[in-house]
Design a protein around this ligand. Structure first.
Ligand SMILES: CC(C)(COP(=O)(O)OP(=O)(O)OC[C@H]1O[C@@H](n2cnc3c(N)ncnc32)[C@H](O)[C@@H]1OP(=O)(O)O)[C@@H](O)C(=O)NCCC(=O)NCCS
Length: 248
């Protein structure tokens, strides 16, 4: 399960392709109301909220549940490092007292990888093999897609040498395109600068229709683009896996 978060999915109970028209899903809330959102450092009591947003946006901004089926497992895999091992690098956006988005990251991807491999994955495997997660056929179908994508060598190496930091960010549906993502990213860049980090990278897909212009607007450079078939049959187009870098 090393795919970019937004790169995970598998066909199951969801009959129609997701996200046929991305714009339909956004701007439920007037832009002037979104402007009142604040960005602050992550706190332990935000843990459930960010995990929920992670799951509800896990399919390139859309809910992953129809294709994965186990909230705890997905959230453990994608969020445990950031919330439990490096929470100082995490930020949340809050509106009306509710967490509506997050940016989680790490200053050094090699540290994150080591913890993911040595601590988090063994815990997840143990829990899985002891039937601690409620998984159904969606999970197995997902894993099949994942393995197939691996066989096809579609998981590209991240550019971590000159750009050691990385991030994952997601806003709940209805809270997008109102400047909140920009506030989160500005806070993270300031934090990285204060910590002497020089470079940042991230992975996304060509199907993250808001994220791609968002990162370009923020000065990220596209450094690789390659075919990514994990979503075939779920989304109504061929997609590519993208990596972006940026000096801090
Ligand atoms: C990507 C995301 C974090 C951006 O945050 P946001 O609050 O929506 O973005 P902002 O309102 O700060 O917009 C900044 C820029 O992004 C681009 N952008 C934002 N919404 C856009 C839209 N609907 N259409 C085209 N470009 C858009 C624009 O360049 C915009 O600049 P502008 O306002 O001057 O036009 C957010 O949209 C999101 O969570 N999307 C779904 C999940 C996702 O794809 N996450 C990224 C995973 S890698």
């Amino acid at each position: 399960m090393e795919a970019e978060q937004s790169g995970m999915s598998v066909g199951a109970q969801h009959a129609a392709p997701v996200g046929q028209n991305v714009d339909v899903a956004i701007m439920h809330i007037p832009r002037q109301k979104l402007a009142a959102a604040i960005v602050r450092k992550y706190r332990p009591e935000d843990r459930d909220a960010v995990r929920r947003i992670c799951y509800d946006t896990g399919l390139m901004g859309h809910p992953i549940d129809p294709y994965f089926g186990c909230f705890e497992l997905f959230a453990d895999y994608w969020m445990n490092y950031y919330t439990d091992y490096e929470p100082e690098s995490a930020f949340v956006a809050e509106l009306g007292g509710r967490v509506i988005g997050y940016l989680v990251g790490c200053k050094d991807t090699s540290v994150q990888r080591e913890m993911q491999g040595k601590a988090i994955m063994p815990q997840i495997r143990r829990k899985l093999f002891r039937f601690g997660y409620k998984v159904d056929r969606r999970f197995f179908a997902f894993m099949w897609r994942y393995v197939r994508t691996m066989w096809r060598r579609e998981f590209v190496d991240e550019p971590i040498n000159e750009y050691p930091a990385h991030l994952h960010m997601n806003l709940a549906e209805g809270y997008r395109s109102g400047g909140i993502g920009s506030k989160l990213l500005a806070a993270y860049l300031e934090y990285l600068r204060a910590n002497g980090v020089k470079g940042l990278h991230l992975g996304t897909t060509s199907y993250n229709k808001l994220a791609v212009p968002f990162y370009k607007k923020w000065g990220f450079r596209l450094v690789s683009e390659s075919p990514f078939t994990m979503y075939d049959g779920i989304v109504p187009e061929k997609i590519t896996l993208l990596f972006f870098t940026r000096e801090v």
